[in-house]
Design a protein around this ligand. Structure first.
Ligand code: MN
Length: 273
């Protein structure tokens, strides 16, 4: 197999959202990718093992085991493996700061690329939570705004009586909430904002199962995708250039057919991000 498809070397490889332990996981295709790549550093950007699904029923075929074995072997052979647990493998967060079999577990990391650019690497689920919270806020917004308007009238009556000038509480809150909503509304903007806050050039994340590479107000937003639906990896070349590889598209149909889970006829609902 390797003879027809060369092993490619990268400075860094980022993968996330593998969801080992679920039927949707494309473990064979991921094994095929690992066999055909070499890298100095491998980042596992969360949701590698799906602890939620494993709790509700054991699904652990050989290929899923092979993925774990292959990654541990990479670590033994000198590849620096950095594991950033996500929300589906959050139990592993207890091991942050621990070195396990050559694998470093950490909550997030700063990756310095060959071109000097610095990237914040995190799974990203914490920002999804904020987004959901914001949607709830938006729903409440209409009701609370009317309440605030009423409160504002009372508030300013008191202020006037005490000799203070008029100050619009509602306008103040409206600006605050609106800014917060605009900023949090979508995951990508929130993650990029976190990168800006940390003073880095870009961010590498996963979680939403959507590979993406774009500029968000001067911050490089990069999502490495997943190995459930799109089968994508993010690679850093030796000059620092980042590229998203769509592995299923790069491989021939015969390999992909072989790589499909044998029980692939029944298509599972896509694993939640
Ligand atoms: Mn996730």
């Amino acid at each position: 197999m390797s003879a027809e498809f060369p092993v490619r070397r990268f400075r860094t490889v980022f993968i996330s959202d593998v969801h080992l332990g679920t039927r949707g996981c494309q473990a064979e295709l991921l094994l095929d990718f690992i066999k055909h790549m070499e890298c100095e550093t491998l980042y596992l950007v969360g949701d590698i093992v799906d602890g939620w699904k494993l709790k509700s029923g054991w699904f652990w075929p050989q290929a899923h085991n092979d993925v774990v074995q292959k990654i541990l072997r990479l670590a033994r052979k000198g590849c620096q493996v950095i594991y950033i647990p996500g929300n589906h493998d959050d139990r592993a967060r207890e091991f942050c700061g621990v070195h396990l079999g050559g694998v470093v577990v950490t909550r997030d990391a700063i990756h310095e690329a060959a071109d000097g650019k610095r990237y914040l690497v995190l799974h990203g689920d914490e920002f999804d939570g904020v987004t959901r919270h914001a949607r709830w806020l938006a729903f409440l917004g209409d009701w609370s705004y009317r309440t605030v308007l009423a409160l504002n009238t009372v508030f300013n009556r008191v202020r006037r009586r005490m000799g203070f000038g008029y100050w619009s509480l509602s306008a103040y809150l409206k600006v605050k909430v609106k800014n917060a909503l605009q900023f949090i509304e979508n995951f990508e903007a929130a993650v990029a904002e976190e990168a800006r806050r940390r003073g880095v050039d870009g961010v590498v994340c996963g979680h939403i199962h959507k590979a993406e590479m774009r500029d968000i107000h001067g911050i490089a937003y990069i999502n490495d995708g997943d190995w459930v639906e799109s089968c994508t990896a993010l690679v850093e070349h030796f000059d620092g250039r980042m590229e998203i590889l769509e592995w299923s598209k790069m491989r021939s149909w015969s390999v992909i057919d072989r790589a499909r889970p044998r029980s692939g006829a029944e298509i599972e609902e896509p694993a939640a991000a």
